[in-house]
Design a protein around this ligand. Structure first.
Ligand code: NAP
Length: 324
């Protein structure tokens, strides 16, 4: 495993963050407690110390499963991240968004499910257009001061919103967002335009979600729907990576290099993330021990500058996805 510093938090994290969105129930590609435990144990064997979940994943089941799986270990070894903004286990009208009431209630519920006293990283899952950002930041800052949260982060939003939040924190002396969890992979690179330069200027760590385009970059273009997860993405109006103008060409080039190096397509797509200066640690979302092992092996794969140029060259700008 390789480790890196999570921006200004100073925490040391594995270059692979294990995404836990697939822990829980409701879809047949999801892992129950026993299956998830096996994945988490193998991840820890391989040196992964960084885990990402959210109150909304399977209505809190993901947090519960992750907490159970980590309970046999020394909690201090791990950097655990969760999120708030969408409803968790409760569905009443104050179970979502970013009011002080929601944040305080949802944070306690997340900690309870995780079986932890403190979260290492608490992220707002999206911007809340109804609650002033100062209200949200004050509630989050209080959680930091109460020792319930160590660091704050944000996920997919406009760069101007992220900067506004950083400015309010600075002006009011509140804990700032120190990480950005955004959508980024070879077939979706819109974050290079504004968000990554902002993160770079402020020493904000980045943790791209869907680094394989929800599996699109892990298999040939025409086969996106051949897995239950891929089918789910297309049927449930996930981001239409397979329809972007340059995607087929990019996917073909990933496949070509995978053949040349004798590795899996997913390993080329991840190797591109690992060599990318924009990226601190991608959040890999596998439900398979074999695929997790492939992801870790990809750390050893070094792409040449001309490989990187070849993979990036066909990209064409597309509409912004992942936030509104
Ligand atoms: N902040 C947000 O709004 C947001 C949104 C979405 C996700 N996330 C976070 O990001 C994490 C990852 O998201 P994601 O699941 O969309 O990520 P992803 O890594 O882009 O895609 C995962 C998909 O790729 C497949 N895959 C992985 N490795 C493979 C391999 N070696 N060969 C073939 N297929 C492979 C997986 O199938 P297998 O399961 O069969 O391996 C799965 O279907 C989530 O768990 C969550 O923590 C955050």
């Amino acid at each position: 495993m390789e480790y890196t510093t999570l921006g200004s938090t100073g925490m040391e994290v594995s270059k692979i963050c294990l995404g836990c969105m697939s822990f829980g129930s409701g879809r047949d590609w999801m892992l129950d407690g026993e299956e998830a435990r096996e994945l988490v144990e193998r991840a820890i064997d391989l040196g992964v110390n960084f885990f990402d979940t959210a109150n909304v994943y399977s209505a809190g089941e993901s947090e519960e499963i992750l907490g159970d799986a980590l309970a046999d270990y020394d909690r201090d070894e791990f950097v655990v991240a969760s999120k708030v903004r969408f409803p968790g286990a409760d569905e009443h009208r104050n179970a979502e968004r970013l009011s002080r009431k929601t944040i305080e209630q949802e944070l306690e519920a997340s900690l309870d499910r995780l079986g932890m006293d403190t979260l290492d990283l608490y992220q707002i899952h999206r911007w809340d257009y109804e609650t002033p950002i100062e209200t949200t930041l004050r509630a989050l800052d209080d959680a930091v001061r109460r020792g319930r949260v160590r660091h704050l982060g944000a996920s997919s939003m406009w760069a101007r919103q992220f900067l506004e939040a950083r400015r309010v924190s600075e002006r009011e002396g509140l804990a700032p967002f120190e990480t950005m969890q955004n959508l980024y992979h070879l077939a979706y690179r819109e974050e290079e335009r504004e968000m990554f330069p902002v993160c770079d200027a402020h020493d904000v760590a980045t943790m791209p979600w869907s680094p394989l385009g929800a599996g699109y970059l892990a298999r040939p273009h025409g086969e996106f729907r051949t897995t239950t997860r891929g089918d789910h993405e297309v049927e449930n109006a996930g981001v239409p990576y397979h329809e972007f103008p340059a995607s087929e060409e990019i996917n073909g080039r990933v496949r070509e290099l995978a053949d040349e190096y004798g590795v899996a397509m997913a390993q080329i797509a991840l190797a591109w993330q690992f060599q990318n200066d924009n990226v601190t640690a991608p959040i890999v979302g596998t439900s398979s021990v074999d695929h997790l092992e492939e992801a870790v092996e990809a750390l050893e794969l070094s792409l040449s500058a001309s490989d990187v140029e070849y993979l990036e060259e066909p990209y064409e700008p597309v509409p912004v996805y992942g936030h509104e």
